[in-house]
Design a protein around this ligand. Sequence first.
Ligand code: NDP
Length: 609
Amino acid sequence: MPSRKFADGEVVMGRWPGSVLYYEVQVTSYDDVAHLYIVKYKDGTELALKESDIRSQSSFKHRKSQSSSSSPARRSSSRSRSRSPGRPGRGRRRSASQSREHKDDKKKANQETSLALPVLKPSENNTKRYNGEPESTEQNDTSRRVLEQKLKPDLEIKHVLEQYSLRPRKDEKKKEEIYSEKKIVTTVKTIEKVPSKPELEFGGRIGTFLMIFFLPATVFFLLLMCKQDDPSLMNFPPLLPALESLWETRVFGVFLLWFFFQALLYLLPIGKVVEGLPLSNGRKLQYRINGLYAFILTAAALGILFYFEFELHYLYDHFMQFAVSAAAFSLVLSIYLYVRSLRAPKEELAPGGNSGYFIYDFFTGHELNPRIGNFDLKYFCELRPGLIGWVVINLAMLLAEMKIHNLSVPSLSMILVNSFQLLYVVDALWNEEAILTTMDITHDGFGFMLAFGDLVWVPFVYSLQAFYLVGHPTAISWPVAAAITLLNCVGYYIFRSANSQKNNFRRNPSDPKLANLKFIPTATGKGLLVTGWWGFVRHPNYLGDIIMALAWSLPCGFNHILPYFYVIYFICLLVHREARDEHHCKQKYGLAWERYCQRVPYRIFPYIY
Ligand code: NDP
């Protein structure tokens, strides 16, 4: 269940970072991941505050009011003076020794406060050059201050506050509108909890319920259509296959063997171990990067099977049964994931899959990073059994084409489809570490959506072009093949460089290789790139991916729309995914995200969308 205390739009009292002063602020949004409220002061300053730094208005009594402003930013200089630990109390006399001691104290105190309590200035999110040189005349200190504040343990700040009486001077109190807390102990009880409705995606409970049936039905429909001689959209398969023909225990056994073989490779102590991005509790999980080794060892295992004359054709002959086995397995896995998530600590639940509605959480994934010991189930399924399985299926289709059509070499179309998709999978495994900053890992829980997507949708739908080519040979000329290859290369270049740029920036913003990039600082401490690929459109990686998707369908010719299912579906998926991400980023970054959108107006397609 959602745990936030204050609702969007609520007017509350927010502690100014590093001080004991509270000001009237309005809650604009809530960052589920960092558990921070984005609040707006009266002068427009936006900051991210912890719940413990926010109080309801009823817990304060109004002391004085001679100024209409309650913005801390407008009174920064006088307040920072009043908080100076070295400033003697009014009317106090000191001896010479006291004065010397005091001077030492003052020096020490100044040093300490400069660390713990940054000087308050009017501030606003702003664009800054990566190397520190301001791009525009405005200066943004907010994000730095908030970051410093977050990094500084509260205890240390409290210590400084206690050591030096940091109350505002009397005369300043006259000028300013100051609020003090009244009987916090008693009033805390009266703070009203405003239950905020969880925001549901994918059509909410009804949408997710229907998707659980719609997604498997789509896979089986596509596979049945592809098997037909005339796979026109209006030419529905005349007969549904008999239920008993969809299941073969031996096929399910082969699927299990495949899954656990990949799990075994994942457990091999080869490859480096890296840390993921910090979780909401600040902890970082460790991940072993050995996907490429798993791929190479799988290729070696296949080579051994070929040596013993194993027919990979078996996969083509039982394709539908394999899809049913994978779907059954993903359903059982999703049930297991949901049941175990009920015992997971609250902080380990996915921000988006923690609505309290069973079907919704079951579909979107309740637990963020389910693990059995060190075995990360989501991370494993994202890249191994499904993705490597996709390449194996493509290879099986290539061999099936040669066998069925009595070819000594595969068709040019089949070679293109196999090579493009092989490149995509090898790239994903080569850059395995980059997956740790994607939405799937950092935001989405592991539930039916990802389990079915990783284990069924990816291997059985993404291989549709190769499956189609087995039954519907398509001849293409060399110049056409060259043009399609060029298109794939352009898509790949955009996709790879955009993903690497963001990934490297997130991992190490001060990487000298990125020194030419500009970014907008945000209140969370993370920057938003506004030059390079991320200054071209807001999701350049999606653009590259879509261009590649088109290049994968073109070798299948223009006789049927079926092999174009992937690119059509993929555009819909990424447009929807982009909208989801925009929504999350707006919540996370508030004003800074709006400025980014002004600066980079197109979402995926330049000059179109
Ligand atoms: P992205 O890798 O695009 O990550 C989005 C996140 O990037 C945002 O939430 C934000 O996170 C960060 N971000 C956004 N704008 C900026 C910016 N200007 N500067 C810096 N950081 C920014 O999301 P996905 O996980 O959706 O995609 C990863 C890749 O996987 C893509 O190439 C996509 O095409 C591909 N993909 C492929 C699929 C397939 O089935 N083949 C399916 C889905 C995705 P934060 O600020 O928190 O870091």
